[in-house]
Design a protein around this ligand. Structure first.
Ligand code: G3P
Ligand code: MG
Length: 335
């Protein structure tokens, strides 16, 4: 059967499969939608094939991400279509009473954490407003910035530190992670003798690099995490304890699988997918994660990966020019 973009008749599903798509470098590049991305998602929506957009990006709530990507791709997407790097943090909302969130340039990371249900959330600005500029003298904050800060109780332990998205104030965020990791029970301005009393530390995204309009990949949150690890080790002689979310980590694929399963039920599809495909541009995260999880990996050449053949380190099951070609290959295995 040929792939057409016409909608099938009721009940005429083309294949019992499901898809996970990376966003940056697959569906969009540098803030612009890729036409093959639009074509692919429209095709899957019309043919009622479940998919999820599984990105290591983030920094905003899934509802906002859905609005933005719908505009970019000229297609209707909803909150449930997304698993961003920090989306699985939702499952931790009842574990911690008071948390510090890092990353991004405005209040949207805090708002996202609150929308996930975390009861008390502070951010970088709140700490600077409370402790004063000597906490980190290398970044200037305006009066109007500081007016946006929220007061908090310095004696309430910060139970976890979450990096939600690539830090904009890299140095300040490094200082915060180092202070928290060495603190006594997550109290600012304290230092533990054992260095083992600090809060739980999470990074949402392990990508060392990511693609935008610049000809070479740019440093990402993974680079921030590596700096944290290295500096902590130099300061204490110990290994920093932390948890990483996002691709290629299993926790993220588990979360995405649950969303795909919910979508299958919502679409009244009786059978489990015979095959789940992950289409990505980054061998280290998308392809490695999919291979480890037992999904069928498809590597495209519209983002990070530009090689002629396949990734030597994390080879994909299939390499395609773009996402549409990747989807055609996937469906051809079942038609
Ligand atoms: O790591 C940064 C982020 O932009 C990657 O997004 O969609 O390629 O996983 P994505
Ligand atoms: Mg990507």
């Amino acid at each position: 059967r040929r792939l057409t973009t016409e909608a099938p008749t009721a009940g005429n599903r083309v294949a019992d499969v499901a898809f996970a798509f990376d966003i940056d470098g697959v569906l969009i590049r540098g803030g612009k939608g890729l036409t093959e991305g639009t074509k692919t998602l429209r095709y899957l929506q019309e043919h009622k094939i479940p998919f999820i957009l599984l990105t290591n990006g983030g920094g905003m709530h899934e509802t906002t991400r859905a609005e933005r990507l719908s505009k970019l791709l000229q297609i209707s997407l909803k909150e449930v279509d997304f698993c961003q790097s920090h989306t699985p943090f939702k499952n931790l909302k009842d574990k911690y009473k008071h948390i510090l969130v890092l990353g991004g340039s405005d209040d949207s990371v805090r708002k996202t954490a609150e929308m996930y249900g975390f009861p008390s959330v502070i951010n970088e600005l709140d700490v600077i407003a409370k402790r004063g500029s000597p906490f980190w003298p290398f970044t200037s904050f305006t009066e109007s910035d500081l007016k946006k800060a929220r007061d908090f109780d310095l004696n309430q332990p910060i139970e976890a530190v979450f990096t939600y998205v690539d830090p904009v104030r890299f140095g300040l965020d490094l200082q915060l992670v180092m202070e928290m990791a060495q603190s006594k029970n997550g109290i600012l301005g304290t230092i533990s003798e054992t260095n083992e009393e600090g809060p739980d530390i999470y990074f949402s995204n392990a990508d060392l690099v990511w693609p935008n309009e610049y000809p070479l990949p740019r440093l990402g949150q993974g680079a921030f995490a590596s700096c944290c690890e290295k500096i902590y080790n130099e300061l204490t002689g110990k290994q920093m304890k932390f948890t990483k979310y996002g691709k290629p980590h299993k926790v993220t694929y588990d979360y995405a699988t649950n969303i795909l399963e919910a979508k299958r039920k919502a679409l009244s599809i009786p059978n489990f997918p015979k095959e789940i495909f992950m289409v990505g541009d980054n061998p280290e995260s998308d392809i490695r994660g999919a291979n480890d999880y037992g999904w069928t990996s498809i590597l495209v050449r519209t983002g990070i990966f530009q090689g002629a053949d396949n990734s030597p380190k994390y080879p994909a099951k299939h390499v395609a020019k773009n996402v549409w070609e990747g989807m055609r290959w996937a469906l051809s295995r079942h038609m």
